[in-house]
Ligand binder design. Sequence first.
Ligand code: BDR
Ligand code: CA
Length: 312
Amino acid sequence: MTRKIIIDCDPGQDDAVALFLAMSSPDELEILGITTVAGNVPLALTQRNARMMCDIAGHQDMAVFAGCEKPMVRDAITAENIHGNTGIDGVDVFEPQTPLQEQHAVDFLIETLMAAADASITLVPTGPLTNIGTAMQKEPAIVGRVKEIVIMGGAMREGGNRSPSAEFNILVDPHAARIVYSCGRPIVAMGLDVTHQVLSTRDRVDRIRKLDNPVADATAGMLSFFHRYDTKKYGSEGAPLHDPCTIAWLLEPSLFETRECNLSVETESELTMGHTAVDFWHVTDRPHNVNWTYAVDADGFYALLNSRLSRF
Ligand code: BDR
Ligand code: CA
């Protein structure tokens, strides 16, 4: 059965690859809309970048919405140092044909979920959780309509990537993250513990480039840029391909190993703001609210990505 999904993103090279992976898989995934949020770069760029990816994938019919320009409580943080000034450095920027919908992303989320059956729509956030947190606060009745949420956000063993203890998406909007992680619906969390295992090594990027189609070319170009910062920072062979882990989970969950546990988000301490306290060893009696992902078959992940990107 096709799963109905809404992708909430801040492209971002890795968000862009997540969009490609989702658009390559119509038998499994029906994309109801792509909502964008301020994150890696400001909203004006994330919504434009999402529309560019739809153009490149030949999906100018996709409904793309712009959402929140800043986090619920805190000031915005961006990541041009990693993603470049465009957010998607590595591809040439152009003005996309895919239109921007007039409706605000938060209103689209509310309207779509309120019109849906209970537990019927999967949300896939790959950026700060501002749009979804705001929608849940504005219309709490949407929560019951959500089937599950597959989030790229958080870290346990890996520590933080934007502060010593916080992962970028959660650090940017910890208040929204707290609302979403405590909403009560099933959540699969892809944190840095697992995304740091799917490295876009030179060999893997070369194999993608050899697929020789517009989507594969764009992917290889973006990953070659994305590569630079993280290989220097971590001394690794390639950059972690964070956001596509969410879509890979929906397509092939057997690639991942997970554990049900509690995840709580720090929203008070400036020192550890946005930290995700993952009770992996069940040392508290806090309720299990996430399926925390901790291992992945990286070769299997790249095999899936290659086979799907070859479809374009
Ligand atoms: C997350 O932050 C962004 O830089 C990436 O797009 C990803 O969603 C990783 O921490
Ligand atoms: Ca992202």
